[in-house]
Design a protein around this ligand. Structure first.
Ligand SMILES: [Mg+2]
Length: 309
């Protein structure tokens, strides 16, 4: 028998059903960009809903594939947009990268193709690093004019506004040694910016380095289950009573499905309603994993159901 998820707009369900849904989870794992804000601009209504869920006793975790900010910076940014948030509730890919290196007792220096979000998290656990900041070649004749540092034992690729051909050369050179670890923070292809212009995401940079190094990166962020495992192992959450909220099916919803969480897609970011409806029609196992249980136009649409709670 073909199984189709009954994915529906949560806000169109009878109130009793929505209340039952709200009572079915006690942990919320929420994505940030595209759910709570877009490029630093708050999405109206999201903070009211999330703060209300917290008031109702739900545990909240902010899980972001963004590697450009440290947890402290994310707390500061979210607080300024009225989100109630603590550092130990933030799980970013730069933090996960640091946790991963610590968990394997990493010895050596890291070459970063990325930003200060990563370097500062590595500083916190006293791992040396280099690479953050502009580094360009001015001509092909001096492209290979750099020193190879033998203490580099890992290459970490995250979001990098200074991404360059020189950095590709260095990363590929270090990764030419199979002993050197290759970590990518996440695989998001594009940023949710709205409008017609496109901003390439970290996944585009990771793939560029994968291509020129002939290696595959170990991925820290969603949909890698590394983050879900950390939530279960370190924070003791119950997957069955956990709700994953996200704006992107191939990262957020996929992670939720793989970890056994319930899933709620909001249409305020990357994935559109037409894409969800296509997924809903699909018979493939792979697409089933990408299909949310329910969706909302925006997280704020949940507020009318929370006001009497
Ligand atoms: Mg997002």
């Amino acid at each position: 028998m073909v199984y189709h998820k009954s994915v529906t707009d949560l806000s169109t369900l009878p109130k009793e059903k929505v209340i039952r849904f709200l009572e079915s989870f006690d942990t919320v794992v929420t994505d940030c960009d595209g759910v709570l804000w877009i490029l630093g601009v708050p999405i109206p209504g999201s903070s009211d809903v999330l703060n209300k869920l917290r008031d109702l006793g739900k545990k909240i975790f902010y899980v972001t594939n963004n590697s450009t900010k440290t947890r402290d910076e994310l707390v500061e940014a979210a607080s300024s947009m009225n989100y109630v948030i603590n550092k130990n509730e933030v799980i970013s890919t730069s933090y996960l990268t640091a946790c991963y290196l610590k968990s394997i007792d990493f010895q050596g220096k890291v070459y970063i193709v990325g930003s200060e979000g990563i370097s500062q998290e590595l500083d916190e656990i006293l791992i040396k690093h280099e690479g953050v900041g502009p580094d360009v070649v001015t001509s092909f004749s001096d492209a290979l004019d750099f020193t190879i540092h033998s203490e580099i034992k890992a290459v970490v690729v995250g979001m990098d506004k200074d991404f360059s051909y020189r950095k590709m050369i260095k990363a590929a050179t270090y990764l030419n040694n199979p002993e050197v670890l290759f970590i990518g923070t996440n695989t998001d292809e594009q940023f949710p910016v709205g409008g017609t212009k496109i901003m390439p995401g970290t996944g585009s940079l990771v793939r560029a380095i994968e291509c020129c190094s002939l290696r595959k990166a170990v991925i820290m962020g969603k949909p890698s289950t590394f983050v879900g495992k950390a939530l279960v192992d370190e924070y003791g959450i119950d997957p069955k009573r956990t709700l994953m909220i996200g704006d992107r099916c191939n990262t957020d919803i996929s992670l939720g499905s793989r970890c056994g969480f319930q899933t709620l897609l909001v249409l305020s970011g990357v994935t559109s309603l037409s894409e969800v409806l296509e997924l809903k029609k699909s018979d493939s196992e792979e697409n089933k994993e990408l299909t949310p249980d329910v969706y909302l136009r925006t997280l704020g649409d949940l507020m009318p159901f929370l006001t009497d709670q």
